[in-house]
Design a binder for this molecule. Structure first.
Ligand code: KIV
Ligand code: ZN
Length: 513
């Protein structure tokens, strides 16, 4: 009989450690709801001691999310563990995930501790966590570079002290599939009490082998995989959830494992994480990339038309990709619009539906053919996660190759229309400057990206911006068939998030209030 593989999602913890990613509590909750819908077994919601924001997010997720176990990270010391529990205690199924480094390099240079001291800390930390909950996971950080004999001692101590899951991280993504699989095999054979715990793995992708290393570990006895949606995480990221899940599913003939993931939710989860983190994935990304199911060569297209499985090892519908190119047009009614959204998995409340329908009508006036991708973009844009202090009402641009670009914007500030104009180095710069004049906040633009949602000259443009204020990054997204308008919307949306996070103090700092 096939063995179950537990999917431990760390998008909100390790994933959020990706450079330039910063999610607010509402965004984390939104992602957590989607992860629960996708049926992950464990959600690692954050590292509560790391910041008040992390603490609040773990607490909110512990209170609100039903279904998965909710985990929080803590070093093996009482202060960290107390803080983790303080946030986690509301969860129906709480897990404390505690860790300390065990490789010679980390112990000598980072911790400045001996092996004996580290073993003592593990004993104390795991036992302390165990007072709060039965479900305790222990991770020896930089595990893949830890001496095997010492690793066996570490794990035996952790399990004796109460750990029910022992997670072996390849923290720096150094291992290779054969080596890592062998490491797990040795652990399974040599740690005397290993049958009292589940072996987990947590691989980083520095050499592009995180998924392969995780699969090799599973073949050798691991039964939990730690992973993140779209493979986000520190540096080159973590094992990609969608890749490991679909590898297990597609190659069950070879692995004889299964997961409880609702694979049809993979595509939407990937989109949500991209939209909220502002980390777009490359077109050829396995499973969820734009080209993952696109066939370019004539021979391949011919083959797929004759029999899909000639060139497709997975059915796109399995990950929730519905193929339906031309769906609605100018004359489609609200009912048809709603029906299609429901088919695409969006269940909007009446008010949201009204707004989305209005956007659809506006778009239908500008764009002849409205596809599922357009509908997705509209709906994702309509779901506002933070309140909107600023709403872009109108803009006017004057630009050309021999004039100074000038922009005028009209923005509703708490409902009141304010207009401003500015010049810039280009039309986008002029718009951003005019927006800044209205909002009175000086931010640094860290990233600007523009993508076409669909093909064709009248395609919707999607702009993602990252702005920095006070050492914090805020991501905004805007869509429109007009790329300048999409840029302005993205900028305003990032400023709304900044305002939501830092409130009126942003004006005091600027000497405005
Ligand atoms: O990469 C790592 O070692 C970690 C641990 C805290 C599990 O993220
Ligand atoms: Zn990690």
């Amino acid at each position: 009989m096939a063995d179950k593989i537990y999917i431990f999602d760390t998008t909100l913890r390790d994933g959020e450690q990706s450079p330039g990613v910063s999610l607010n509590v509402h965004e984390k909750l939104e992602i957590a709801h989607q992860l629960a819908k996708m049926n992950v077994d464990i959600i690692e919601a954050g590292f509560p001691i790391a910041s008040p924001g992390d603490f609040e997010a773990v607490k909110a997720i512990a209170k609100e999310i039903k279904g998965p176990t909710i985990a929080a990270l803590a070093r093996v010391n009482k202060k960290d563990i107390d803080r983790a529990w303080e946030a986690l205690k509301y969860a129906k199924k709480p897990r404390i995930h505690t860790f300390i480094a065990t490789s010679e390099i980390h112990m000598k240079y980072k911790l400045r501790m001996t092996r004996e001291q580290v073993l003592e800390k593990i004993k104390e930390g795991v036992a302390y966590a165990k007072q709060y909950t039965d479900d305790v996971e222990f991770s020896p950080e930089d595990g893949a570079r830890t001496d095997l004999d010492f690793m066996c001692q570490v794990l035996e101590t952790a399990i004796d002290s109460g750990a029910t899951t022992v997670n072996i991280p390849d923290t720096v993504g150094y291992s290779t599939p054969e080596e890592f699989g062998n490491f797990i095999k040795n652990i399974k054979e040599r740690v005397p009490n290993i049958d009292k715990a589940i072996i987990s793995v947590h691989c980083h992708n520095d050499l592009g082998m995180a998924v392969a290393n995780s699969l090799s570990a599973l073949k050798n006895g691991a039964r939990q995989v730690e992973c993140a949606v779209n493979g986000i995480g520190e540096r080159a990221g973590n094992t990609a959830l969608e890749e490991i899940v679909m590898a297990i599913h597609t190659r069950k003939d070879f692995y004889d494992f299964y997961t409880d993931i609702k694979t049809e939710e993979i595509y939407r989860t990937s989109r949500l994480v991209q939209n909220l983190t502002g980390m777009s994935i490359q077109a050829n990304k396995a499973i969820v990339g734009k080209n993952a199911f696109a066939h370019e060569s004539g021979i391949h297209q011919d083959g797929v038309l004759k029999e899909r499985t000639t060139y497709e090892i997975m059915n796109p519908a399995m990950i929730g990709l519905v193929h339906n190119n031309l769906v609605l047009g100018k004359h489609s009614g609200r009912h048809a619009f709603k029906t299609r959204l429901v088919e695409l998995g969006f269940n909007l409340e009446e008010k949201e539906l009204d707004k989305a329908f209005q956007r659809f009508k506006e778009l239908a006036d500008r764009k002849k053919e409205i596809t599922d991708k357009d509908l997705e973009a509209i709906v994702e844009d309509e779901i506002k996660i933070v309140p909107e202090k600023y709403i872009l009402e109108h803009l006017h641009i004057s630009s050309g190759n021999r004039i100074v670009p000038t922009a005028t914007v009209g923005i509703r500030v708490d409902g009141k229309l304010v207009e401003e104009a500015a010049c810039g180095d280009g039309p986008v710069d002029a718009v951003f400057k005019a927006v800044e004049k209205v909002t009175n906040v000086k931010v640094t633009l860290q990233q600007y990206s523009l993508n076409a949602v669909t093909g064709g000259k009248d395609a919707i443009g999607e702009v993602i911006v990252k702005i920095e204020y006070n050492d914090k990054i805020y991501t905004g997204r805007g869509i429109s068939t007009d790329v300048i308008e999409a840029s302005a919307k993205a900028y305003v949306s990032a400023i709304n998030k900044l305002y939501y996070d830092q409130g009126d103090q942003i004006y005091q700092k600027e000497g405005i209030m």
